[in-house]
Each structure stands twice: as C-alpha cells, then as structure tokens.
Ligand binder design. Structure first.
Ligand code: GTP
Ligand code: MG
Length: 337
C-alpha cells in the first residue's frame, strides 16, 4: 500500500499521483466513429484528438466492405481511429462488413461515437438499421462507452420562422434525444445505460458556442472522457494535455469567458451560411481549435473522477479534496507524463 499522505506533504501526494497515472494509463486509445457518410465524422475525431488524423471531406469510395483505420502517435499515445460509414449506406455486404469490424475491434475500443446530423429532418432508417445492427452485434455494452454526436448543430441555431431561436434549437435537440432513447429502448438497451449516454450537439470549428453551451468541443471532450474507463481516460487526457485550459489559470491561458468572447467575434466576422454549397466558405480550411477551455464545473468533474479512482488505491489520500489534483494536472506536461 502507498505511503502515508497528508495535507502537509504535497510533494508525496504529487509523487504518488504521478506514479499512479503512469501505472494506470494505457498507451493506446481506440476510437470507433460511425454515422452516415458526410455527417462530419472525420472532422469531429480530428477536433477531439487535436490533429488531422482522419481525412476530411468526401471519401472517394463511400462504400467498401472494410472499416477504415487511421493511426497516429500523439504525445506518446498510439491513437487508432476506426471509421465506419459503410453500415449506414446500405450498399455494402453487411455480413462481410461486420466480420471485418469484429476482427478489427477484437481488442475492443475505448469510446464509440455515433454521429447523426442535426440537419436530418427524420431519424432515417439508414441510422436505425445501423444502430440496430451494431447493438445486436456488440450487445448493449456498446452504449456503456457510447456517445451520440449531433453534428451540424450550428446550422440549427436560427429559427426558420424567425420566432424564437432558443426554443427552436432546444426543440430540435429534444426531438433527437427522445427519438434515440425510444429507439434504444425498443432494442432492449437498459434504462440505466440509456440514461448515461451523452447526446452532444456539435458544430464547426469557427462557432464553438452553441445556444446551451459555451464550447461544444469542451462539452464533447468531457463527455467522451466520462464514458471511458480511467485507463483510457488518462490516455485521452495525455493526448490533449496542452490544449486543456482551466478557468482563472495563468493569464497566458485562455479562460472560458475569453474563449466564449472569441467565438462571439468569430460569429460576427463569419456568419455561417445556411447552405454551404452555395457559398465560397470552405470549412475544410479551418484550423482545428488549439484550445479546449474547461469551465469550473467541467474541471471539477474531471478532477473528481480522477480523484475517486486515485484515492480508491491510495486510501490515505482520501482526506485531501479532489481540487488538490488541480496543481498537478494544470502544470501539464512536465508532471503528469
Ligand atoms: N458547418 C459544419 N460543417 C461541418 C460539420 N461537420 C463537418 N463539416 C464539414 O462537412 C464536410 C464533411 O465532413 P467530414 O468530417 O469529412 O465527414 P465524414 O462523415 O467523415 O465523411 P465521409 O468520410 O465521407 O463519410 C467537411 O467539409 C466538413 O468540414 C459541422 O458540424 N458544421
Ligand atoms: Mg470521413
């Protein structure tokens, strides 16, 4: 058992925490991302890991009988992305496709992100059928590490009837939450599992602020972290360590408020066109956001989760609150690596 820790001995607490992180953290992170072609899978995964791992834009052959993989080493973590649009387009040999998926994912995955475009006016059969197939194949446990991303949420922030933008946006969001929950209930996915599945609206890189959240990327990042195991979460944390920015930290780092301000500025400079095809605006040229600003609640959630796992092992640490970890996580690379 670990040596005794106390409030008066932050050095030993830090050493114990750093040792725990290096023992616990896995050195590989596997992300399964799926959804119809063009729904924004590659863009989303690139934003999450901070590098253009997956190729964005229309794939040359939307349908193959195999699952595409992308690989990159980021901050010493081997990142593997399985990208599978093939289940939804209905033209592939489903059996072959699933066999390929099962063999490639035989070692499991750390998070599954199912993307649906919020611009869809219906919960289309293509998505229903893919969700049904995946749930049958992998079992309800698929959803324990699952997140649903509602992409293109930035195109749903204005009420077309020009009455109430917020009410319109929330209504659209509620439609998807209800439709997904009802569908999974029909597939016998447990209520407890269903209640834990994050359904997260996501947008483009320029407009990070949506009606109900300051920054969709921060929201998505935290929600993915929460559905991962601690070992995977630590790898996910390591990948993004230098992008995570904390509230009221050093003036050199961006606060959540500043990030919200800059996204307002962006909005003013470049309003999102309703129909991108008719505009010269090309989202492919946008840079991946360099920062993931966390607000106080998000930082507390992250620390509490780490703290709980850490103090389960180092029981002597229980008498120090989770915020003690802030000093080590905020210091970044030099310590928790
Ligand atoms: N405005 C806006 N554009 C987006 C969003 N997500 C993706 N895009 C753009 O939509 C296009 C397709 O995005 P991708 O990420 O390549 O889509 P994909 O699902 O990976 O496509 P395939 O690989 O062909 O299946 C790209 O031009 C993106 O820049 C979004 O939420 N909002
Ligand atoms: Mg793609």
């Amino acid at each position: 058992m670990a040596k005794k820790l106390s409030n008066n001995d932050p050095e030993s607490l830090e050493a114990a925490f750093v040792r725990w992180v290096s023992e616990k953290r896995q050195n590989r992170l596997t992300i399964l991302i799926t959804g119809k072609t063009g729904v924004g899978k590659s863009r989303l995964v690139n934003a999450l890991v901070g590098e253009r791992v997956a190729k964005e834009g229309r794939s040359k052959s939307a349908c193959t009988d195999t699952v595409t993989s992308y690989r990159a080493e980021i901050n010493g973590v081997d990142v593997v992305v399985w990208d599978s649009p093939g289940l939804q387009d209905g033209t592939c040999n489903e059996r072959l496709y699933l066999q390929d998926m099962e063999s490639k994912l035989s070692q499991g995955f750390d998070v599954m992100i199912y993307c649906i475009s919020m611009t869809d006016t219906r919960f289309y059969e293509a998505d229903k059928s893919a969700i049904r197939t995946l749930t049958k194949e992998f079992g309800s446990k698929l959803w324990k590490n699952g997140v649903v991303a509602l992409t293109f949420a930035n195109l749903k922030t204005k009420d077309p009837d020009e009455e109430d933008d917020l009410a319109y946006y929330l209504g659209e969001r509620y439609f998807w939450e209800k439709a997904i929950d009802e569908f999974l209930a029909n597939l016998n996915v447990d209520l407890l599992v269903r209640q834990q599945i994050p359904i997260v609206p996501t947008g483009n890189y320029k407009q990070l602020r949506l009606h109900e959240c300051e920054n969709w990327l921060s929201d998505l990042w935290i929600k993915c972290f929460n559905v991962m195991s601690i070992s995977s979460g630590l790898a996910f944390f390591k990948i993004n360590e230098s992008r995570l920015k904390y509230p009221d930290s050093s003036p050199a780092t961006t606060s959540t408020a500043a990030a919200a301000r800059s996204s307002e500025d962006d909005e003013n400079q470049m309003p999102m066109p309703e129909d991108e095809n008719q505009s010269a605006y090309n989202p492919d040229h946008e840079d991946i956001p360099r920062e993931i600003p966390l607000n106080q609640k998000q930082e507390d959630g992250l620390l509490s989760r780490l703290w709980k796992a850490f103090s389960d092992v180092y029981k002597a640490a229980k008498n120090v609150g989770h915020r003690a970890l802030r000093f080590f996580t905020r210091r970044g690379k030099s310590n928790v690596n």
